[in-house]
Design a protein around this ligand. Structure first.
Ligand code: F6R
Length: 609
């Protein structure tokens, strides 16, 4: 959802900006650009297309200067054109900005600025900001930015440079992510951590309506009224290699394969003998947790699917009523909450605008907020009463994989903690569940060792135009997730459905061209019924691919293809079952020649509502 990186220091800015943009390209990839100050002039290079292609056109000799800003775009206002690519400049050509966010009052501001004689060269909302800064400029870019932003409504993460003040880089944020990186004789700004890991692991977080003024060896953060804000400097623990492909063809494949290690990390230090050790992380007292009378989970996309699985866990094991809401719908349907409601916000990035908005609504109503996030220091994490981190490491592939399985594991840990606290499970049962949880990393290895079989299936079905994914109980969210993975990266239309619902409509779609993926590990609840659903598909000529429990011979007789996963408990087998679905989507998309890590129209971290 647009990426920003800015640099000020002793090195030439342009190559650093381009390298940083490549690490941020997963946030937006329809156009990109950079600007630097060279011999007291703003120099801009920008275009539509991929950063690699744009890089080839840049004349790095003319792009001197050791201060600069850059941007990769995911279009919101204005088509994908060179003119609409960032950076944008004012009428004098002395001020240049990059922006991530949406300016809500841009039409009024634009009209006002045009009346004052400003000439616009793009159809973006962003351009009003640079003209507004020009309007306020009286020799201090910092003051001009501050005054301009007082007139702006909407979300922004901004980088600003001015050729009259070549030793300054200005940054500002409101409801769009932006961090300040503190290097050696250099300062950086970026939308996300991977962009700066090559230069520093020390960061300060900007909060809403704050401005940072950076020189190469100093930073100052103030609010819009120029009150200084003291900020802690945090150390990022991610190794820079974690944000590289390390020999894999795509980030997505690397991230799928990382799952055994990631789950080990997620569990690390959180299990002690027969108990779940998350009390320290939960900034909520046992008394508060005992008083919870319901849980509402808010999330989007894949994280919403994790929430749906979490609902099964909380109700089945901890006996707490739980509901899952699309974050984007939640606040507009006037939910009724109170201080006994625990709202759980799930977000890999911790920056998803819809989830953040839902969380704010819940806060207004005094609900307790717990978030499950992957990115440390992200806005959602910082705004919650408590955070349980997934410790999945940077997820670069736009399609979420390892974040999902680690979210499921955190939900499971939380469920066990609450179950013990509320006495819904006895110690013996908890010990047994923990023993099964500990099996996951090795079992995930074993699932991955079947990759070749999944690849063979992908070869057979990559030319199909539709697919159905069916599952019941906790495997229903897994079916939804399998369908989402396929559609988002291969552009094949895929639907996830509760298996028994098929006969109420989707069954009409089934013919000999329709692959139907059943997520059908053996369980004591609905397995037999799912076998019946498989028969219904076969009777209509459909192609059945089943994800089944090792040793299940009964299903083998009915399905056309089987991918086995190791035996585990009902709830935990869902974590194993999703992996072949991730691989299936990956191999089909790769076979179809799709841009797996950067699917069309999508962006990682959706920071606009
Ligand atoms: C799908 C995917 C998205 C995200 C969704 C929420 O593969 O990645 O559906 O899950 O945009 O993002 P986070 O979890 O960052 O809030």
């Amino acid at each position: 959802m647009c990426g920003i990186i800015g640099y000020i220091g002793n090195e030439k800015a342009a190559p650093i900006l381009i390298k940083g943009l490549k690490n941020l390209e997963y946030r937006g990839y329809d156009s990109a650009g950079i600007s630097t100050i060279s011999k007291n002039n703003i120099i801009i290079e920008k275009d539509t297309g991929k950063i690699d292609e744009i890089e080839k056109k840049i004349n790095f000799d003319s792009m001197g200067g050791s201060v600069g800003i850059s941007h990769c775009r995911w279009a919101t206002h204005g088509n994908v054109t060179k003119e609409n690519a960032h950076p944008h400049t004012d009428c004098t050509g002395k001020i240049s900005i990059v922006h991530n966010g949406i300016i809500e009052n841009f039409s009024e501001l634009k009209e006002k600025l045009i009346k004052k004689g400003h000439k616009f060269s793009s159809t973006t909302d962003t351009e009003v900001i640079v003209h507004l800064i020009e309007e306020h400029y009286k020799g201090s870019i910092e003051e001009a930015a501050r005054n301009a932003l007082k007139e702006v409504e909407g979300s922004y993460a901004l980088g600003v440079i001015c050729s009259d003040e070549p030793d300054k880089l200005i940054a500002a944020r409101n409801e769009s992510p932006l961090i300040v990186g503190i290097g050696k004789n250099s300062m950086l700004i970026a939308s996300d951590v991977p962009a700066i890991l090559d230069y520093t692991n020390k960061v300060a977080y900007l909060d809403d309506k704050e401005i940072a003024v950076l020189t190469k060896d100093h930073f100052k953060i103030t609010d819009l009224n120029n009150n200084v804000k003291n900020k802690d400097v945090h150390t990022i623990e991610w190794a820079k290699e974690a944000a590289q492909k390390s020999g894999y063809k795509h980030f997505m494949l690397k991230e799928i394969y990382e799952q055994p290690r990631v789950i080990t990390e997620t569990l690390n230090g959180r299990i002690e003998g027969g108990s779940i050790n998350i009390k320290e992380e939960l900034n909520l007292s046992d008394k508060e947790l005992l008083e919870i009378n319901r849980i509402i989970i808010v999330a989007c996309g894949t994280s919403w699917h994790a929430g749906l699985a979490g609902e099964f866990m909380f109700e089945e094991l901890a006996k707490i009523p739980a509901e899952v809401e699309y974050a984007s719908e939640f606040r507009y349907r006037h939910p009724v909450l109170d201080d006994k409601t625990l709202v759980i916000a799930i977000s890999q990035s911790g920056e998803t605008a819809d989830t953040l908005a839902a969380m704010k609504e819940a806060k207004k109503q005094n609900a307790m907020i717990l978030s499950i996030c992957n990115v440390k220091g992200s806005t959602i994490a910082r705004g919650s009463d408590s955070v349980l981190y997934t410790h999945a490491g940077p997820e670069i592939g736009v399609a979420s994989t390892k974040a999902f399985t680690s979210q499921l594991v955190v939900l499971y840990l939380l469920t066990l903690y609450l179950s013990k606290l509320r006495n819904t499970l006895n110690d013996e049962k908890i010990l047994d569940l923990i023993a099964h949880l500990r099996k996951l990393p090795l079992q995930l290895e074993s699932v991955l060792s079947n990759d070749n079989k999944v690849k063979e299936l992908a070869e057979l079905y990559s030319d199909k135009t539709n697919a159905l994914y069916l599952g019941r109980g906790i495997n229903y969210p897994i079916a939804l997730e399998g369908a989402l993975k396929l559609k988002e990266i291969s552009y094949i239309h895929a639907e996830g459905y509760p298996a028994a619902e098929m006969k109420h409509g989707p069954i009409a779609l089934i013919d000999k061209e329709m692959p139907v993926v059943f997520v059908a590990p053996k369980d004591i609840y609905t397995y037999k019924k799912v076998l019946g659903n498989i028969e219904e598909v076969k009777a209509r000529g459909g192609i059945v691919i089943a994800i089944a429990t090792e040793g299940d011979e009964e299903i083998r007789k009915k399905a056309d293809h089987i991918i086995y996963i190791p035996k585990n408990l009902y709830t935990l087998s869902s974590i194993l079952a999703v992996v072949p679905l991730q691989l299936l989507a990956y191999h089909i998309a790769d076979k179809r020649g799709c841009n797996v890590d950067k699917p069309r129209n999508l962006a990682k971290s959706v920071t606009v509502e």
